[in-house]
Design a protein around this ligand. Structure first.
Ligand code: DQA
Length: 148
């Protein structure tokens, strides 16, 4: 379990590559999964990479991480800005979460500058596109190392 991370992606991220490439870049979610698997292999850990468009399913997937994964990287997509349910789930599972966004949410519309995830996350990485995912893996592993 200390050697396993969950990378969890929320709504509309399945459309990466064709979805607003001027904002989110040309990289597909499959490309990002490959990036995460390569990073995990180089670190000698396991990574599980999942995506759901459904808020309740994301809650279930967070619950299911208990006792299975040492840390979670969460790109909650638009639910970041709306979901008390995801915030409560993160508060309840005792698994550290790094909040991740491809875009710099602080430089965009005002409604994106509010995050329900940020107060319950270890930290936030945003604005680095797909490269943020391996950065977040380093960040959570460093946090786990310091916290244990
Ligand atoms: C996003 C930013 C969110 O505001 C948006 O709703 C997304 C993607 C990002 O990765 O930049 O779906 O989480």
């Amino acid at each position: 379990m200390p050697h396993s991370l969950l990378v969890l992606n929320g709504p509309n991220l399945n459309l990466l590559g064709t979805r607003q490439p001027e904002v989110y870049g040309p990289t597909t979610l499959k490309d990002i999964e490959t990036l995460c698997q390569e990073k995990a292999a180089s670190l000698g850990i396991d990574v599980t990479f999942l995506q759901s468009n459904h808020e309740g399913e994301l809650v279930d997937l967070l619950h299911n991480a208990r006792g299975v994964h040492a840390g979670i990287i969460l790109n909650a997509g638009a639910y970041t800005h709306t979901s008390v349910a995801l915030m409560d789930a993160i508060s309840s599972i005792m698994v550290p979460v790094v909040e991740l966004h491809l875009s710099n949410i602080h430089a965009r519309e005002e409604f994106r500058q509010k995050s329900f995830i940020a107060p319950v996350a270890v930290g936030q990485i945003c604005g680095f596109g797909a490269a943020g995912y391996p950065l977040a893996m380093d960040a959570i592993l460093s946090y786990i190392g310091e916290a244990t």
